[in-house]
Design a protein around this ligand. Sequence first.
Ligand code: XBP
Ligand code: MG
Length: 241
Amino acid sequence: MTALKALLWDVDGTLAETEDEGHRIAFNLAFDEAGLDWHWSSELYGELLAVAGGKERLLAWWHRIDPAGAALPGATDAVRSLHQRKTAHYLDLVRRGAVSLRPGVLRLLAAASSRGLRQAIATTTTPDNVTQLVSATLGAAGPALFEVVGAGDIVPNKKPAPDIYHWVLQQLSLRADECLAIEDSAAGVRAAQAAGVPVLLTRSRFTQGEFIEGALADLGSLIDVEIDDLIHWHDRSPARR
Ligand code: XBP
Ligand code: MG
């Protein structure tokens, strides 16, 4: 029986509902600052989340509304600059307390730590965003909870590609079946599954209606989930050797 050795946490939508009150607001602030007449409502943003990665999402939006402009030689640099400003706004929003951990997350993080489980992050978002979120919500000691942070452009292909999970497993020197991923979206579940990592689903605000398959279970909210529940699901995973 392969014992569970590490929890691999997704960030956006899993640790916290960052997308609507954080990332979406930051994108709109960057648009205003740049003098663009773009504005992403919650409803539109929920659609745009089909594209993982903020830079990739921006470029997909630009191609959708102005294909000629998006095809210009300087488009990639323009997206990179706009995304840097968005990230600055996001960091400021999180620093000022715009985002809280989802109910149950703090208790699970602490319980996993006290049970000797290693913990890591596997996310599409920008690395600085992770540090800021974890520090703002868990305090200065927060980042130390996660032995490895796999984030953003550290890998060439973002979720649903398995790259970020392969990278995190390599950094941890653990096998996929020794770990358990916790994800909120179809892309995240697909990424973990493609890497052979058993994965549990906890839907977020934007993924409630998504068709998601491949998770060991759909936990719903984490508010009543105990660490023994996570270990129980891992023990029943077909991926275990
Ligand atoms: C969610 C994402 C990220 C965020 C925006 O990441 O797809 O792109 O929406 O962050 P995950 P950036 O669910 O894997 O945590 O703008 O920094 O990409
Ligand atoms: Mg997510």
